[in-house]
Design a protein around this ligand. Structure first.
Ligand code: AVI
Length: 367
């Protein structure tokens, strides 16, 4: 039985109890407490399962990725505590324009976005992290009744939820610890409410095309037919701007990339020497994406998770794809998943876009 850090679930327990007490269902006092305890137990079980599952799948993904002919690792493993902090640092660099452009855009269009949010709606955020950009929406849309942040990091969720509960006391906050690319259920706080999904930051660009379609299909299924989805997407632009964004002059992105090796050393008993690899960021025009790789500086043997891997000098370990879209290419992708573009907003240069998607009537949400 895995140990569950009780502190880590306190915030969510509090929220679940608050959600039950706030719910419009007229439960007796006994049923309310019972209901809260059920949530508490299922929350603790989910948390424990996510922790164990994450460790197991990291080892399995690492072994299969490093055994492949073209070595690769899924980018979701960048985000341990150090990786998450480095990503926040990347977002503050002058070279990484994505966060700056999108935040400025959200500030400009917050009222318009809010006008499309129905009274009493639940805002569901996929991969919420610090929920920093969300505040722009929450401030502009006091008609929201519930906020459902979904994130794989229980710590990030707890911290963000506690701050939001303090700053938005009228809002029911119902965090969900889950890998949003996997299967999960929305909490009771979203039941019977119109739903608006929020997926900013161009994270959709980190999926391959089919993965992006699968995510959009699953979001359509989870959110139901009366939903809208706001998606932030980076747009194709000149190569120099793109390359600088993924190889910033302060070297923060290089440290972020190499931190993956440090994480393997710590969590999977690896013996990578991060200095024996170079950070490489390149534009792939065929797939319309920025790619990040770690390039071996020499012939070397590395051990991790009880396996041995050999690298030739110059051999690449592919760590991330960041797809860049045009307005049309994104609309086509969304249509494959049963969403149509209801509205598009574009930032100032360097340009990123925010799309409001709505379900295509008559198109099934079944995956
Ligand atoms: C989280 N994601 C959208 C970032 C991106 O632009 O693909 C991650 C990142 N990788 C390097 N810099 C930032």
């Amino acid at each position: 039985m895995p140990l569950i850090p009780i502190d880590a679930i306190n915030g969510r327990i509090e929220n679940e109890i608050r959600n039950v007490l706030d719910s419009e269902a007229h439960l007796s006092g006994f049923n309310q407490v019972n209901h809260a305890i059920e949530f508490l137990i299922s929350d603790a079980e989910t948390f424990a399962a996510v922790q164990v599952d994450t460790r197991d799948s990291f080892a399995a993904d690492m072994v299969s990725g490093l055994s492949a002919r073209h070595k690769q690792l899924p980018p979701k493993y960048f985000y341990d505590a150090t990786g998450s902090r480095l990503f926040e640092e990347i977002c503050r660099t002058d070279d990484y324009y994505v966060t700056r452009s999108e935040t400025a855009l959200l500030r400009n269009i917050a009222e318009e976005l809010a006008a499309g949010i129905p009274q009493g709606a639940a805002l569901v955020e996929f991969g919420s992290g610090e929920s920093a950009k969300t505040r722009l929406l929450l401030d502009a849309a006091p008609q929201l009744s519930a906020y459902v942040p979904i994130d794989i990091s229980a710590d990030a969720l707890d911290q963000a939820s506690a701050m939001l509960a303090r700053d938005y006391p009228q809002l029911s906050i119902a965090p969900v610890v889950a890998d949003f690319t996997g299967h999960f259920h929305l909490p009771a706080a979203a039941d019977g409410r119109p739903r608006v999904g929020f997926f900013p930051g161009s994270t959709i660009g980190n999926f391959d095309r089919d993965g992006a379609v699968r995510f959009l299909q699953s979001a359509r299924q989870i959110m139901g037919d009366q939903a809208a989805l706001l998606v932030g997407v980076d747009l194709v632009k000149d190569e120099a701007t793109l390359s600088a964004a993924y190889d910033d002059s302060q070297g923060v992105t290089a440290r972020f990339n190499k931190n993956l090796l440090i994480r393997i050393n710590r969590e999977l008993g690896g013996d990578f020497d991060p200095d024996a690899f170079d950070h490489l960021a390149l534009w792939n025009p065929v797939h319309s994406r920025m790619e990040m790789h770690l390039v071996s500086r020499k012939d070397q043997i590395v051990n991790a998770a009880g396996h041995t891997f050999s690298f030739r000098s110059g051999e690449r370990l592919h760590t991330e794809n960041s797809h860049k879209f045009t307005i049309d290419s994104f609309a086509q992708l969304a249509a494959r998943a049963g969403w149509s573009v209801a509205n598009t907003w574009i930032s100032d240069e360097p340009r990123v876009a925010m799309f409001r998607l709505e379900p295509i009537p008559g198109r099934s949400a079944v995956i």
